[in-house]
Design a protein around this ligand. Structure first.
Ligand SMILES: Nc1ncnc2c1ncn2[C@@H]1O[C@H](COP(=O)(O)OP(=O)(O)OP(=O)(O)O)[C@@H](O)[C@H]1O
Ligand SMILES: [Mg+2]
Length: 219
């Protein structure tokens, strides 16, 4: 479903990946661990095609980084759910609207938008906050809104870049438990983190560590 073929990436004289081969299969929960600056975010950006390999290619579903046209990248992104450390909610829209936005761009009908947004908010346990503004929510609640936004299009893959990086330990556990629940329903998850105690909470996960410009599977 995701396949890196001989991927090399560098920024100027700063090498990040050298000849990386890496596959993620349907339904897997995969952690990418590694110290700051090792390339976790770069790896996720390659998957949502925010950047492209200098050598080799990345295949995500039917999308191939070596062939994709710029105008088709939004179609790839609609098939993915992306969650960031800093939530990236729109401050001037309420919770419902933040989640609905991803559906408006697909041209979904109002009734369908309503149903899907309420389902996603129920999934993350925030139905009661649908009319609140982001600033009225705790950090953990804001991240759950971001997760609702990520799942509302029923993606086949969720990419999470240190989604618990701004959260306290208990709230981080809530978020990882939520991602586990989403994964159990069949959505693949690739999560970047350097928090090994969180990694241990996902028993069936595959764990890769970035070292020597490559990935080493450690579990
Ligand atoms: N657009 C860019 N231009 C130049 N260098 C970059 C760019 N993006 C990333 N880098 C460099 O690539 C390396 C990997 O960065 P990346 O952001 O992927 O690390 P990371 O593992 O996500 O780190 P962190 O844990 O701090 O988020 C770093 O040395 C970074 O400075
Ligand atoms: Mg990063």
């Amino acid at each position: 479903m995701v396949e890196f073929q001989n991927v090399s990436v560098w920024f100027g004289d700063n090498l990040v990946f050298k000849n990386l081969n890496f596959t993620v299969n349907d339904g897997e929960f995969v952690f990418i661990a590694g110290p700051t600056g090792s390339g976790k975010s770069t790896l996720l950006r390659l998957i949502y095609m925010d950047i492209f390999p200098n050598r080799g290619k990345v295949i995500v579903g039917k999308f191939d980084s070596s062939k994709i046209k710029r105008k088709h990248i939004p179609y790839l992104r609609r098939r993915l759910g992306i969650v960031f450390q800093d939530f990236k909610l729109l401050d001037d829209r309420n919770v419902f609207e933040n989640v609905a936005l991803a559906l408006h761009v697909t041209g979904a009908k109002k009734k369908e938008v309503n149903k899907k947004v309420l389902t996603a908010l129920a999934e993350v346990g925030l139905s009661h906050k649908k009319n609140n503004m982001p600033e009225e929510l705790s950090g953990g609640e804001q991240q759950r809104v971001a997760i609702a936004r990520a799942i509302v299009n029923e993606p086949f893959l969720i990419l999470a870049d240190e989604p618990t990086g701004n959260l306290d330990p208990d709230t981080s556990i809530e978020i990882i438990e939520l991602l586990k629940k989403i994964n159990l329903r069949g959505t693949s998850i690739i999560m970047a983190t350097h928090n090994y105690s969180l990694i241990e909470r996902v028993k069936d996960a595959k764990v890769y560590q970035i070292s020597n410009f490559n990935l080493t599977q450690i579990k």
